[in-house]
Write a protein that binds this ligand. Structure first.
Ligand code: ATP
Length: 315
C-alpha cells in the first residue's frame, strides 16, 4: 500500500507524543439477516448507526507491542494476541511494512459482548491510532480495507455516522440524509451474548419455522430516516436477530416492555444483544426514560446517547 519502512525513516515519521482516539459504539436501525453463505457468514442487509458511547485508545511509542486497559470488561477481556486491538495493530503494521511497536491503553465504556460492536470499535481505533503514531498516512478507505479483514463491523466504525452495510456487513456506504440527531436510551444488560451463538439460534428457529418473517430490504428504514420524524423512524426499526436474542435471554422481553411502558417510541435488541435500545422523542425524554428504567430491575444500567456521531477519530 505504501512504501516499505526503512530504519532511517523511523524517527522523523509519525507522532512523537501520545495519540488518543475516540471510537463510538454502533447499533443497527435495521438488521436484516439473509441466508447462510458458503463461507459461514450470513448475507446482511443492515443500517448501521454510530452512537455517543465511546471507547478511547491511547497509543504511545514503545519497543514492543503492549496493551493495558481500564473500564468495562477489565479483568475479563484478554489483553493478549486474541484482543482485537493487538490484531488490528499487527494487521496495519504488516500491511504497510513497519514494526508493530506501540504501547496501547484502552479506556472502555462499551460493554463486552453487548451487541454494540465494542471489540470492532477498538480494532477501528487501533488502526487510526497506529496509523498516526507510525506516520503511515493511510486514507480512511485504505484503513477500512484492512478493517474488513478484522471483522464485519470494523469498516463501519472507521467511518461512523449512519451507513448501509451489505455483504457480511463489511461493504459500507454512507446514508446521505439531512443531519438529524436521534436520541436513544441504551439499556445495558448483565453479562453478554455471543454473536455466533445468536446467529446459530436464528438458524435453528428458522429451520423450526419459529422465527418471524425476514425483514428484507432497508427501503422503509431509509425512507423513514429522510422524514426526520422519530415516530416514523420508530415504526421502521427492526432486527432479525431479536427473536434469537429473546430465545437465549427471555428476560429481555421485560426490558423491552418496560422501556415502551416508560414512554419510548420503540425498543429493539441491539445487534445480537443483550443490550436493548429505545428511541425517544428528544434529549429530555431520553433522560426521563433512562431514570425510570434505572429504578426498575430490568437492566444493569440505562444510559442516554445520541446519534449519528463520527467514527474513530483522533482527539
Ligand atoms: P458485535 O455487535 O460486533 O457482534 P459485541 O458487541 O456483541 O459484538 P464485542 O464486545 O465486540 O461484542 O466482543 C465480542 C468478543 O470479541 C468478546 O467476547 C471478546 O472475546 C472478543 N474481543 C476481542 N477483543 C476485544 C475488545 N477489544 N473488546 C471487546 N471484545 C473483544
Amino acid at each position: 500500500m505504501t512504501e516499505a519502512w526503512r530504519p532511517e525513516d523511523d524517527e522523523p515519521r509519525g507522532a512523537s507524543g501520545p495519540v488518543r482516539v475516540r471510537v463510538p459504539a454502533k447499533i443497527n436501525l435495521h438488521l436484516g439477516v439473509g441466508p447462510l453463505r458458503g463461507d459461514g457468514y450470513h448475507e446482511l442487509n443492515t443500517v448501521y448507526h454510530a452512537i455517543s458511547i465511546h471507547d478511547e485508545l491511547t497509543a504511545r511509542r514503545g519497543d514492543t507491542l503492549t496493551l493495558t486497559m481500564e473500564g468495562e470488561g477489565t479483568g475479563e477481556l484478554a489483553l493478549d494476541e486474541s484482543n482485537l486491538v493487538i490484531r488490528a495493530a499487527r494487521a496495519l503494521a504488516s500491511s504497510v511494512g513497519v514494526p508493530p511497536h506501540a504501547r496501547l491503553h484502552l479506556r472502555k465504556q462499551i460493554p463486552l459482548a453487548g451487541g454494540l460492536a465494542g471489540g470492532s470499535a477498538d480494532a477501528a481505533a487501533a488502526l487510526v491510532a497506529c496509523d498516526a503514531l507510525w506516520g503511515t498516512g493511510l486514507s480512511r478507505d485504505e484503513l477500512a480495507e484492512i478493517a474488513a479483514g478484522l471483522g464485519s463491523d470494523v469498516p463501519f466504525l472507521i467511518h461512523g455516522g449512519t451507513a448501509l452495510g451489505t455483504g457480511r456487513g463489511e461493504a459500507v456506504s454512507p446514508v446521505l440524509a439531512r443531519p438529524t440527531i436521534w436520541h436513544w436510551v441504551v439499556a445495558v444488560a448483565d453479562g453478554g451474548l455471543s454473536t455466533p451463538v445468536a446467529y446459530r439460534e436464528l438458524d435453528r428457529l428458522r429451520a423450526a419455522g419459529a422465527a418471524g418473517p425476514p425483514l428484507g430490504s432497508t427501503d422503509t428504514l431509509l425512507a423513514a430516516l429522510r422524514q426526520r420524524d422519530p415516530r416514523v423512524l420508530a415504526a421502521a426499526l427492526g432486527n432479525d436477530l431479536q427473536d434469537a436474542a429473546l430465545a437465549l435471554r427471555p428476560s429481555l422481553a421485560a426490558t423491552l416492555k418496560a422501556g415502551e411502558a416508560a414512554g419510548a417510541l420503540a425498543g429493539i435488541v441491539s445487534g445480537s444483544g443483550p443490550t436493548c435500545v429505545f428511541l425517544a422523542t428528544g434529549a429530555a425524554d431520553a433522560e426521563r426514560i433512562a431514570t425510570e428504567l434505572d429504578a426498575l430491575d430490568v437492566c444493569r444500567q440505562a444510559r442516554t446517547a445520541h446519534g449519528p456521531v463520527a467514527g474513530a477519530r483522533i482527539g
